[in-house]
Design a protein around this ligand. Structure first.
Ligand SMILES: C[C@](O)(CO)[C@H](O)COP(=O)(O)OP(=O)(O)OC[C@H]1O[C@@H](n2ccc(N)nc2=O)[C@H](O)[C@@H]1O
Ligand SMILES: Nc1ncnc2c1ncn2[C@@H]1O[C@H](COP(=O)(O)OP(=O)(O)OP(=O)(O)O)[C@@H](O)[C@H]1O
Length: 279
């Protein structure tokens, strides 16, 4: 029997994203609604007592020191003093630099899975705090539910949203998040809203104009999808999405997708598939 167990790492969409300020350290204050969707990476993990962390099929262009899965495992070891080890393998489906939180979700899944397999006993809140050291998007995947987010994305309040089907289109560009946040033309003064005002007051992504200016192909994808519904960019891009009430409707629209464009259909998730691994 294979020693590997499989753990999913789903994607997120930002249903809106407002930049409301900037901290002294350069990080931006934001408000957003995160939605988890049933489409993502698959991570296989085999634990052992070697104390070593090994990524057996590293991603092209991502050396071990910057690999978020390896960094997540080492951080958990360092924080808990665990002497156990792990071998990691990934089946990557989420585009890198796609705004779907792929690397962050991979890191969150490794933290959730190893905390369980190594029996290191950290609570959900402790794992979220640890995850934040790896990236602003990591905590929401450990939180494990749709969330209204504030701060840099780490202050999370559960929000209940109706089930939906999403079309997500993948423009053929990888967008570095830091590049979008550091663009001088980014507006950083959107007035904060209260959670109850979503979706009436919160329906745009403040990063979209900068991303479209730097990567015009994103505008083309938004324009195409916008013919069929309210299309928006997720995170710092590049992916764009639109919501539909039924799978049939989403499939009908996808049937018109030009052969030159890539995308997928996914339903919303009520909660992260690994939610029950943490307390
Ligand atoms: C755009 C979002 O995806 C929305 O969910 C996130 O805010 C980005 O989260 P992330 O990819 O986990 O980002 P990190 O890896 O923490 O940060 C990448 C870079 O983006 C910038 N950054 C990120 C998040 C934030 N609130 N303010 C920032 O200014 C910083 O320059 C940082 O060096
Ligand atoms: N396991 C990983 N998966 C993907 N990217 C990783 C991973 N580890 C490190 N990275 C690095 O992180 C970068 C961002 O990748 P990621 O897929 O998280 O982007 P993203 O979806 O735009 O993220 P976000 O929505 O959080 O801004 C990659 O270009 C890569 O260099």
């Amino acid at each position: 029997m294979s020693p590997f167990q499989h753990f999913p790492a789903p994607a997120k969409l930002n249903l809106f994203l407002h930049i409301t300020g900037r901290r002294a350290d350069g990080y931006h204050l934001l408000q957003s609604v995160f939605r988890l969707i049933d489409f993502g990476d698959d991570i296989a993990i085999a634990v052992d007592d070697s104390g070593e962390i090994c990524h057996e099929n590293p991603l092209p262009g991502v050396p071990a020191e910057s690999d978020l899965m390896v960094r997540a495992a080492r951080l958990l070891q360092a924080h808990t003093g665990s002497r156990r080890g792990a071998r990691l393998r990934i089946s990557k489906r989420l585009p890198m630099g796609g705004g779907l939180g792929g690397g962050s979700s991979d890191a969150a899944t490794v933290l959730l899975a190893l905390n369980h397999l190594w029996q290191t006993g950290l609570s959900r809140t402790e794992l979220q705090q640890l995850g934040l050291q790896l990236g602003a998007d990591v905590p929401v995947f450990i939180f494990g539910r749709d969330a209204f987010a504030e701060g840099v994305g780490e202050q999370l309040h559960a929000i209940t949203l109706p089930p939906r089907w999403y079309i997500v289109l993948i423009p053929p560009v990888s967008v570095p998040t830091a590049e979008i946040f550091s663009d001088p033309s980014l507006t950083r003064d959107t007035k904060p809203i209260i959670m109850a005002a979503f979706p009436n007051d919160g329906i745009r992504n403040d990063l979209e104009n900068v991303a479209k200016k730097r990567y015009p192909v994103i505008a083309e994808y938004l324009e195409w999808l916008g013919q069929f519904g309210a299309a928006m960019m997720t995170g710092s891009g590049a992916c764009v999405f639109a919501a539909f009430d039924t799978q049939e409707e989403a499939k009908r629209v996808m049937s018109f997708l030009p052969a030159t464009m890539q995308g997928f259909i996914a339903p919303s998730l009520m909660q992260h598939p690994l939610f029950d691994l943490a307390n």
